[in-house]
Design a protein around this ligand. Structure first.
Ligand code: TXE
Length: 478
């Protein structure tokens, strides 16, 4: 099997280092080798990005960038099925979801293409005569974008789209577990007509290739999505030379169900919140807070909805829940469930699935009832299809439990009472709050975390702030 090549300066390049083998998480069969980028490979990619930045891309017109981005969006939409297949084989996302993910990535890029020629500064009032004071928004420079495996195409686009709109150049480092989709996007960018070096992709490991990118003195900004512990390492390394950083990290989001809610809609939403993508989502609603008056009835409905999930071969369009990404992730999820048995009750799932699925890393929908918020199952990000249900008696208590977490990425409230909805939305310390909904991501809206869930925002005009430097120009007029 041939190993992946890097994509540097507009062409595919053989790597100089070792390779890593990957297996298909649905059946444990080998799917290919990933080239591990060395320091030299990272150097070559950063040099190519710097040359492209200095040789005209940073001064390119917004309308030129917009056209290229729209062309790339069309190519991604045309290739959505191929990209979906790559993601599904690499990390096990059911094909219907990975297809949707690729199409969403194209839409996300289109949205930011619309911004490329609308990034403006301000004219600033000055308390003195004969002065013109204005601001300019300039690209930050070379961006190192480090991507996880759980939604490889859309998370790649969360970084590329605003970075390209603002005139930056990029070195992409996909996850070693889901490399081929993001790598294909770099190749498509060359086909769309982006100048060589604007988008480069170095494949490889985190501790080797990723860490070399973060430490590289030629990189101006690191944009990272991944685990909180890795985020801390990256922030420390990038902080040494004060690189700009955006971090989108883990979560332990609270999904609050009030007694007055539409309980069927809330039960379907509560399942989707944590079972879609096998719970391997930073925004997973992994803590389900339910008003005690309806707790038993509601958990009954959740259990019925969860049992209806179709778990199986991720290549089938009807599959809703595929395997976990790796043996390591499977072990991790099962270890959390085993620990939860001490003090809480596993009312559904919690075991590796056998039969036809025995060669893959499958765990079905798992419900933990009788959990307390101080248990590990309610405090740590599991990244599996495991929901910890906790009853509450008052809205104040629900908000207190929701906020008693090191994380603050997202949350939701299900209620038909407008005033409860807005009160909870205001009081929860998290970056995204859904009301009577869960999971929806709008390209125009800010997305990111409070507390240990991250730094900075993706989405909308907020993303442009983190990919530009603002310069003030003060002019004394005669
Ligand atoms: O993530 P890592 P892993 C969480 C989730 C999961 C846990 C571990 O809880 O169980 O993290 O997953 C690169 N310098 N999330 O190990 O290590 C790595 O190569 C530079 C939440 O897969 O954070 C990959 O490209 N880069 C999450 C990327 O970082 C490094 C998504 C993510 O890997 C590096 C994924 C280093 N020292 C996991 N170490 C989310 N927020 O959605 C690793 N990498």
């Amino acid at each position: 099997m041939t190993a992946t090549k890097h994509f540097i300066g507009g062409e595919s390049r053989e790597g100089s280092g070792e390779t890593l083998s990957n297996v298909n998480p649905a059946n444990g069969k080998p799917i290919g080798e990933i080239t591990v980028g060395t320091r030299d490979d990272v150097d070559a990619a950063v040099d190519a990005a710097r040359r492209a930045f200095d040789d005209g891309w940073s001064e390119s017109s917004g309308s030129e960038r917009r056209k290229l981005m729209l062309r790339l969006a069309s190519l991604i939409a045309e290739e959505a099925q191929t990209l979906a297949q790559l993601s599904t084989d690499d990390m096990g996302m059911p094909i219907g979801f990975s297809w949707g993910e690729a199409l969403f990535a194209a839409e996300y890029l289109e949205y930011f293409a619309g911004w490329a020629d609308k990034i403006t500064g301000d004219v600033v009032p000055v308390p003195a005569p004969n002065v013109l004071d204005y601001t300019l928004r300039e690209p930050v420079g070379v961006v190192g974008a480090i991507i996880p495996w759980n939604a490889p195409i859309s998370i790649t686009m969360f970084k590329l789209a605003p970075a390209l709109a603002a005139g930056n150049t990029i070195v992409l480092k996909p996850s070693e577990l889901a490399t081929r989709g993001p790598l294909r996007i770099a190749e498509l960018a060359a086909r769309a007509g982006f100048p060589p070096g604007v988008l480069n992709c170095v494949t490889g490991s985190g501790a080797g290739t990723g860490a070399a990118l973060v430490a590289h003195p030629g990189v101006d900004k690191i944009s990272f999505t991944g685990g909180t512990e890795t985020g801390r390492l990256i922030a420390a390394s990038a902080g040494r030379d004060l690189k700009r950083i955006s971090l989108e990290l883990g979560g332990k989001s609270a999904n609050i169900v009030c007694a007055d809610a539409d309980l069927d809609a809330a039960a379907a939403g509560a399942c989707a919140a944590v079972f879609v993508m096998s719970g391997q989502q930073c925004i997973a609603g992994s803590r389900l807070l339910v008003e005690r008056a309806v707790y038993d009835e509601f958990m009954g409905r959740v259990s019925v909805a969860a049992r209806g999930y179709v778990v199986g071969d991720p290549l089938q369009m009807t599959t809703q829940l595929g395997p976990l990404v790796s043996q390591r992730q499977l072990d991790r999820v099962l270890a959390y469930v085993a620990e939860a048995r001490d003090g809480a009750t596993i009312t559904l799932g919690g075991e590796r699935l056998g039969g036809d699925l025995a060669d893959g890393f499958f765990v079905g929908p798992t419900i933990v009832t009788g959990a307390r918020n101080d248990m590990k199952v309610a405090r740590e990000e599991i990244f599996g299809p495991v929901v910890a249900a906790i009853p509450f008696d008052s809205l104040d208590e629900a908000v207190a439990i929701a906020n008693d977490s090191p994380y603050g990425l997202a949350g939701a409230v299900w209620t038909n009472d407008l005033s409860k909805a807005h009160t909870v939305a205001r009081r929860i310390k998290a970056g995204t709050i859904w009301v009577n909904s869960y999971l929806a991501i709008n390209p125009g809206a800010p997305f990111g975390g409070f507390k240990a869930s991250g730094i900075g925002r993706e989405g909308g005009k907020h993303a442009l702030d983190v990919y530009t430097e603002t310069k003030n120009v003060y002019v004394q007029l005669r």
